[in-house]
Each structure stands twice: as C-alpha cells, then as structure tokens.
Design a protein around this ligand. Structure first.
Ligand code: MRU
Length: 351
C-alpha cells in the first residue's frame, strides 16, 4: 500500500480523513489541488507531505504550458512557493520542494520535456527512498523493543504518515515482523484522532496487539509502571535536537522523564533542519477552531466559545533518550551527532 503515488499523469493518494471507516483514494491533475490536499490533511505526516509535494512539483512540470525551458522554470518557481505554503511546520515539505527545484535548475537539459521527465524521476526517487529509509530505521529502532514490553505511541507515524512502512510505527512494525511479543498503547491524539483512527487501523491490519487510550491517560499508565518505552515521530528537528511533533508530545516527554521511561523520536534525516538552531525558531501551525469544536462533523463545543488549536509543540532535547534515524540511533550531544548523521545519510544517497 502506498499512501501517495504517481498514477497515469495524476497524483493519487489515500483520503486519510475517511479512515478507518472507508479506504478511498483521490486523484489530482493540478498541483494547486495537491497543495490544497496537504493543507486539508487529505494526506498528512511529515514524510508523506514531502513525497506528495515532490509529486505535486512533477505535476506542475507537466502542467507548465510553455515549451521553452526558461518559462517552465518560471512556472515551477511559482508552484514551489504555493506548495511550500501548504503547511508550515514539517520541514520535509520544503526539503522535498527544494530538492525538486535543484533538479529543475540543473543545466543538463536540452529541452523542456527533459525537465519534465527529470522532475518525475526525482519525485519517484524521493518516494522510493522514503520506503527504504523507513525500513532501515525500523531495523535500528526495533532493538529498543523487548519481549513483554509495552510501548506508548502518539499520533500516526505509520505507512500513512510516510510513503509506506512508517517511522515510529515502522519501528513497532519491524519488531512485530521480527516475532517480538509486546503491547502497544496508542494515544487517541485529539483533536484529529490520528492515533485512534489511523495508527489503530494500521496495527489492526498488521495483527499487532494494541489498545487506544485517551491522551490524558498516558501519565496514569506510566506512573503505574505499565509503559517501558515511548516512541514518537517528528515534523522538524532543530540543530540542537529540540523536536517539534504533534501537539501533546511535549507533555508525554516530561511525563516520561518523571517516570524514568525512555523517550525516543524516530525520524529520517530529511526531518532534521540544521539551519534552525533550536525549537523556538520553528513555526507552529495553528489549525482551524472547528477541528476542536466539531471534530469530523460532531458538534461538541458551541460556536460562540473561543477555541485555540495548535497542531504541534516543541520537546526540548533534554527529554530525548535518543533519535532513531536511517543513519543509526543518535544520542547526545545532539548538535554534533545530528550534523554527522545528516552528512552520513547524504553521502549514502549522494544528494
Ligand atoms: O498534523 P499531522 O497529522 O500531519 O501530524 C503528524 C505528526 O505529528 C507526526 O508525528 C509526524 O509528522 C511524523 S510522521 C512519520
């Protein structure tokens, strides 16, 4: 199952707003619709957003009406700006668009169609790499899970949040595939319920035992000694290791430290933003109030009551036991070790 893919000149993706009730796909022929689908969270999760944006840029290249290369590039520059604005926090979006634009600006083409072909090839490469990277992270991270453990997980970081396989949920999947016997507690992850809807859907299909818990129950279970490990994903990791992830992650990390439960982030090196010194400089997306007032159309909070809805929070690096990447598990000092991991991963992929 691929969350997002290229299909006969269109970008095809699972409509994640309808899961777990219905597995449906949407197809887009216009890159602006792809950007809107990211904003509307048809597709979500940092690596999935990155791959979707890459396919969106490949679509823009096909759409560019011009025949001369200069005009195609101009069209793509506009598309890149629109795509990058779709959601502000996950750095994978800008990372993927910038990578696509580097291909567009290469000086090896002799006509516009060659640019179009190269853009599609690069988007495909980004998607394929994502799956391989996740499988590698899964293998590194599975060593953290022992028979008999209970792992607490927040949001959805599985196949749906990536092109396939997943990051933190990919680690859980890898441990399951290695035959380990363990339990998973899934935070429901209000207000959009990525844990209760999407992670539960994935683990149910896999056959991995799990229970969904209210977000507010995590501390209760940790204090009872029922949690051995916390695994989460990331939307952006600053150069010092501060990590931005789904709202509620910070609370979990503090609870984990208080209860001496190791807390790990699992993310590809494309989520590491060495240009941002600390978490405080990372833009945090505010989502519409209706996601809290009327989640999935269910009226819970009246229109006239004021609401705030930040989509992410910042976990200071001191709460992390480590960061699982495709280059291995990174431990403090993060500033130094993240720089090395990014360099290693780039060398391995030659990008
Ligand atoms: O708002 P979302 O659903 O896009 O948020 C997703 C998360 O916060 C994930 O934990 C993160 O993107 C990592 S996904 C592998």
């Amino acid at each position: 199952m691929r969350t997002v893919e290229w299909s006969n000149g269109r970008v095809r993706m699972i409509d994640q707003r309808r899961l777990p009730w219905e597995l449906t796909y949407l197809e887009f022929e216009d890159y602006r619709e792809v950007a809107q689908a990211i904003t509307d969270m048809v597709v979500r999760g940092a690596p999935a957003i990155g791959a979707t944006a890459a396919f969106g840029m490949a679509l823009a290249a096909q759409q560019a009406p011009a025949l001369d290369m200069g005009s195609v590039i101009e069209f793509l520059e506009v598309a890149a700006l629109i795509m990058k604005k779709a959601r502000p926090t996950a750095v994978n979006l800008a990372w993927a668009v910038d990578r696509m634009m580097r291909v567009a600006h290469d000086d090896v083409y002799s006509d516009a169609n060659e640019i179009r072909r190269a853009m599609l090839d690069e988007a495909q490469r980004i998607a394929d790499e994502d799956v391989l990277i996740n499988q590698t992270m899964g293998r590194h991270g599975a060593a953290l899970i022992k028979d008999g453990d209970t792992v607490l997980h927040h949001c959805n970081t599985g196949a749906l949040a990536t092109v396939d396989y997943g990051t933190a949920l990919g680690v859980i999947r890898a441990a399951f595939e290695q035959g380990k016997k363990f339990h998973v507690l899934l935070d429901e992850t209000r207000p959009r319920m990525q844990g209760g809807r999407l992670s539960a859907w994935e683990l149910h299909r896999l056959g991995q035992p799990f229970e969904v818990i209210p977000d507010s129950a995590a501390g209760y279970y940790m204090r009872r000694g029922e949690v051995n490990l916390v695994l989460v994903g990331a939307d952006r990791i600053a150069a010092n290791g501060d990590t931005v992830n789904k709202i509620g992650t910070y609370m979990l990390s503090v609870l984990a430290k208080e209860n001496k439960v190791p807390f790990y982030t699992v993310a590809p090196t494309s989520t590491i933003d060495l240009n941002t010194p600390s978490g405080d400089q990372i833009p945090i997306e505010d989502r519409p109030a209706d996601e809290v007032r009327t989640p999935y159309g269910n009226p819970l909070i009246p229109e006239e009551y004021p609401v705030r809805n930040p989509a992410f929070d910042i976990t200071p690096q001191r709460y992390l036991a480590g960061i699982v990447t495709e280059a291995g598990i990174i431990h403090p000092p993060f500033r130094e070790n993240l720089t090395k991991a990014v360099a290693m991963a780039k060398a391995a992929l030659k990008v």
